[in-house]
Design a protein around this ligand. Structure first.
Ligand SMILES: Nc1ncnc2c1ncn2[C@@H]1O[C@H](COP(=O)(O)OP(=O)(O)O)[C@@H](O)[C@H]1O
Ligand SMILES: [Mg+2]
Length: 260
């Protein structure tokens, strides 16, 4: 992905990043001196109580927000504004209802004037990988919420960004659909090895998808603990029912509990 890759270099780095917001004359500290390195190809999952600053971290890396102090960088360069090198997937899908599924996937490359053979291949690749091939000519309103979410995720990957940022993307889907989406994301991570930051409320989801799980404290958000997940990819969904996985879940749960 990069020509000058250093083993020790992190792809994404927050260094002593703090964020203050001013609301009606009151200053609140949303993030307090957070340092976090994400290595190339790694998936880091962020968990923490509501309002602890998870989305704020994502907004910093996405370039939607600047830190009040400290720094945010990607490949050693300061992050200034949003860019096509960082794709974002939110809970509410961003699928265009007036375009077919295929056209939704083509939208990014077309908009950037890069709809070449390679982009065409990527569109087909992600349609296939996300189980969308038979729905390529359907309009989003004909699809279930889970299928629309697949389109949403595929749209982010098709642009071939260096980093994918996901903010509780499966927060509004039912458990069964969520498991399927997690499995598909696992498949994507094996096929692409993209650097990802994944925010979730669901501890099992964080462990299943993450190389590391970062547990945050309540506001002002700080990093409470970083927990390594010792499983290679691809990971089967059935891993969730194993005792070592459940032990890890209890450990993350306990850390979260202490954080409250
Ligand atoms: N644009 C904003 N203006 C004022 N306060 C904000 C803004 N964005 C977030 N906050 C506050 O910062 C804190 C962290 O928010 P957020 O990062 O959204 O938390 P999380 O995603 O972990 O639920 C919350 O107290 C929230 O109310
Ligand atoms: Mg949030």
């Amino acid at each position: 992905m990069t020509s000058c890759r250093h083993d020790a270099a992190s792809h994404l780095a927050l260094s002593d990043a703090s964020v203050y917001f001013s609301i009606r004359g009151q200053t609140i500290c949303a993030l307090d001196s957070v340092s976090l390195d994400v290595r190339e190809g790694e998936t880091v999952c962020l968990v923490g109580p509501s309002g602890c600053g998870k989305s704020t971290i994502l907004n910093l890396i996405g370039g939607f927000l600047s830190p009040s102090s400290g720094s945010v960088s990607m490949e050693g360069r300061a992050v200034g504004a949003p860019g096509a090198d960082r794709a974002v997937v939110f809970q509410a899908d961003a699928v265009f209802p007036w375009l077919t599924v295929r056209r939704n996937l083509e939208y990014g490359p077309r908009a950037r004037g890069r709809f070449d053979d390679a982009a065409r291949e990527r569109v087909d690749h992600y349609l296939e990988l996300m189980g969308l091939r038979d729905f390529a000519d359907a309009y989003p309103k004909m699809l279930s919420g889970g299928m629309r979410k697949r389109v949403d995720v595929a749209r982010a990957y098709v642009n071939d960004p260096g980093v994918i940022l996901l903010d509780e993307p499966f927060g509004a889907v039912d458990d069964m659909t969520k498991s399927h989406l997690q499995r598909e994301l696992m498949r994507l991570s094996v096929s692409d090895g993209k650097t990802s930051l994944f925010i979730t409320h669901d501890i099992e989801e964080a462990i299943y998808l993450g190389d590391r799980v970062v547990v945050m404290t309540p506001r002002p958000g700080r990093i409470k603990e970083v927990i390594e997940v010792p499983y290679d990819r691809p990971r089967d969904l059935a891993i969730k029912t194993t005792e070592p996985f459940q032990q890890l879940r209890r450990r993350v749960q306990a850390t979260l509990g202490e954080a409250a």
